[in-house]
Design a protein around this ligand. Sequence first.
Ligand code: C2E
Ligand code: CA
Ligand code: CA
Length: 720
Amino acid sequence: MYNPLSWRNIPTAKTLFVMIFMAGIGLIVSVVALLYLSLHLISSKTNEIDEHRSALSVQGAIQTSANRVWSLVIDNAVWDDAVREVYPPVLNTEWLYNTWGAGFKINNLYDGTFVLDEHFNVLWGSFKSKAFHEQNLDFFGNGLKALIRDNADALKSEKNIYAGITRTRQGVAFVGIGLIRPMIGRLQVHNDVRRYLVITRHLNPQILSDLGNTFQIEDLNFTEQHTSEASVPLKSSAGELLGYLNWQPRLPGAQAASAASNDITQIVLLAAGLILLFILLSSVGLYKLARGENQARRVARTDWLSHLPNRRALIEELERVSLRGDIDVKSVVFIDLDGFKDVNDIYGHDVGDDLIIMMARALRDRVPEGGMLARMGGDEFAMMIGGDHSQARASAFAGNVLDFLGAPLRLGERTIHISASIGIASGTLIECTSSELFRRADIAMYHSKITGKGRVTQYDAELNSVREQQLAIENEIRSGMERDEFEVWYQPIIDARSQKMTSVEALLRWPRRPAGELGPDAFISIAETSGLIYGLGQFVLRRACQDLEPFGDLKLSVNISPAQFRDPEFEEKVARVIEMTRFPANRLQLEVTETYVLENPERARAAISNLKALGTAVALDDFGTGYSSIGYLRRFNFDTIKIDKSLAGLVDNDEQAAALVSGTVRIASALGMAVVAEGVENEKQMKLLRLAGCDQLQGFWFSQPMPIEAIIELRKVRYV
Ligand code: C2E
Ligand code: CA
Ligand code: CA
């Protein structure tokens, strides 16, 4: 059995979950990567900045060292005592030694002091407290030579003091040179006599370490070769490369990074935790959403009353099957309850609902294995089945349903007779689409409906053309009513005793139909199944009452179709027409057929008694075509029984028919009902029917149906 609950599992939830999960993992990875990447970036940037700063510091340190030598030269060269001791006529070497030569031991601010003459020859010198005996400047290297060469004039003119870097024979040294001169006033000497003070200070580990401490540079050292990234070149004042000052980079970024790494790890863990929590929460949300969606989808595909799948579900299922490329034969069984509307009208909608529920249950119990049953809406059900022998199984199912409906249904206190019109269509979804299959089943069902209900019709191509014709006629009726194509004609009803017309039957005609006139037998049933009969019936009743109103000696009989009779407002509508046309109710008779009366005995009785209360008579039309006996019909209190022409027309050559007619007439008379014989076509029939005791006669023998004007002319004719 088809189960609507298992249509689909929750596929969306799973895929969405996987997507969220992947997205979450991706998020975690990117957060971690981002954190570490930026940490790395920051730390290397920090290192870079620090390196730059260190390089500046080292350069600053070099400059500072040179400046110190420069200061030393100023302090010692611009000194009146020194002027006195070094300029001619004296060169007090003792003073020089005590003052400058020995100072090296005490303060370690320099390691060499030298006095040079105007030709820059060494007059006196002390290097590391030892006497210096060289006369030329070779010891001092190119740095000092460059200082002298570049600044010779300035040096001479007392203007300035110069300090720089040079490579002496003892190593790399800071060197300063300045003119020895008095503190105040100009130097009072002969000619070009000059005395210069030169001070050197050689680089050594101690100096470097002191500088490192001062400038916060770690492991500051000097190498001749380039050995480390963290270094600056050291150049002499002459521009020659002396070597490199190197240091140990502090890598503050890396330190910070490693210091922060614990925190970062915690942050990463926290973020990962939060993201996981987010994944979890949104998965739960998604799951609920998907489940809700699924539920909504299920609700949208389930009929609320019968809990069967609804039309949409069935069509979707068929479409799914056809998409799968299934080539099996599929059969669709269409079931439409006959007279369900009456149950609703008479007993109320609750009973109607109960009936639907009961039907749904009964149908479900009879659905063959693998079939899908759905409620298509209202009182329509459909069953679809595929696979081997689906056609035979569909037929068997339809037969079972009719069998089930053969017996009256018990609904609570009530016993209800109901039948169903069933249509079956079969085919592969290759030869026709699923909606075409439905349409065909519907056409077959419709055929069952108009050919007497309570039956099964198998679809075939001919039905289709019939149905198409019917649809065309439906449309023609609709437009015909708008364009006033219909007329009402009348056929005389003759009193058997007086042989005079006492009444007429109104018969619908369609003379102005564009495609040619069509008899009522060909279109009344179509009007009935399409609901057009309501308008058409009202038209006939109104027109007939208007036409006959002036002729007080004539009664009027109007045909009422089952659908009209079923209308709960029918009696009211009749009353309104009577009132509007001022037609006396007691001149009106309504003709109904037994089909409706048998289907809805209670409603029929109520309607008949309501009509009688208006003063209107009710006739049972076409008696003899159905199955009911006159005894059964007595309870409905018909005023008149009309014996159908198929029975009355046989009296002249069928004894059995004649006997049946006279028996009917006797019982009807005994019950106080008048009898009309229809279809009287010849004199013999007329005489026999009169003999049989019929009260009134109707047929071509007297007159064809005619327009009202012609009928009026015939009024005075006496038929013999
Ligand atoms: P019906 O109610 O039995 O109407 C009598 C039918 O028998 C009429 O056919 C009439 O022309 C025909 N007839 C009369 N005398 C003879 C005769 O001697 N021999 C033969 N063979 N036929 C005779 P019509 O007018 O074609 O109507 C056919 C049916 O259509 C009617 O049968 C009635 O059931 C339905 N009909 C006609 N007009 C209306 C209407 O206004 N409303 C409804 N609901 N049904 C109508
Ligand atoms: Ca009739
Ligand atoms: Ca009739």
